[in-house]
Design a protein around this ligand. Sequence first.
Ligand SMILES: [Zn+2]
Length: 384
Amino acid sequence: MYIYDRQLKGPEPKPITSVPEFQAEMEEYKKLQERRESLRKEHEKRLAPPLDLFPMYQDVPDGDFIGQPRAKAAPTISKAGADRINRVSKTMTQALRLAEEALPFLKTSAQKELLKQMAGGLGTFFPTGFGIFNEKGEAVKASARMRFETNIRQPGGAISRVYIYDTRLFMSDQHSPSAAGDHRAIGDRASQIRLYARQLASTRPQELVGVAIHEMTHMLRAIVRSFVGRFGSAAASEFPWRETAPLLDFSRLDSHRIKMEAHFARLIAVLEKQANVRFDANFAAFRAGQLLEEVLAHVFTERVSDAMAKADAVKKAKKGPGEGIGLGVGFEPMKFLNEYISSHWFSETALISALKSPQAQSVIRGMSDDLRAIVGAMETQVGP
Ligand SMILES: [Zn+2]
């Protein structure tokens, strides 16, 4: 349980009229200030959980999988599929251990907190707890539920309201054309992460850390959007955690997002013409917002990769030289945009080939500088 009562307001001091009254009022006001201060301190304690705790996520056993038809023959998975999933699950468990070892090497407390929340949240699903989809996308095993729960006390009010957000995670044996994983919002109170074992079968643990960060970034941003939609952005200024809220708040990147939306609208016009399709009217706006999540995931993965390399170097110094972590390639806007678009926007072959056309690639090339600017702004937001 988490109390989120950040607005503690007392009455304003009245104007001075006469000396004795003023004295009495000053006394009152001082008492009030002291009370506020002690409430603030207590509040702070609740907002800053000890390092080894992840109070936000509860691992709740959950037998029912909503939306899954019952009574038919239970879906099964092939032996090869189950092996693939087990292999990726083991690698993910190693990845989460690497992330934990990297924690002390991150440079800011906000980064440490964000990684802790991400890795801690994924601990609900690894090594056990994740659900399983077979090749056809049928649920073979239900997922544990990662529950995010916050109590919001309205300013001055005794009534608190509960905010709940549930996420489930499935390892899937489905064929995925390009995405290693995806995050889907289910309404505005729940979401589902899928990791595609066929795509991830030979991924190394340190690379899987990036995949984990990526999907958890989408998840945390979905929570923030859902919370802001319900309580407004003022209430969300310390949400989901005081430390990490500034990292997950994209309001300072608004002008960048608007530029990207215009680029995406141009690209969509080209794709529509070439593939003879129609996109939804809000597509460009939605994808421009999603791109910011993509960039945050990218920048944060770089920070974590750096920290992992440092943690690895410390280990190697103890054990003697071995295979390096070997991450950290330079940022290439064209590669980044092509990967992002092909793994997030569509999977239709007509669109995938339209994306490769010279016209589409020329529009994408035109985005490069603005994307670099977004990465720069995000690097400032995330910190060194
Ligand atoms: Zn993504």
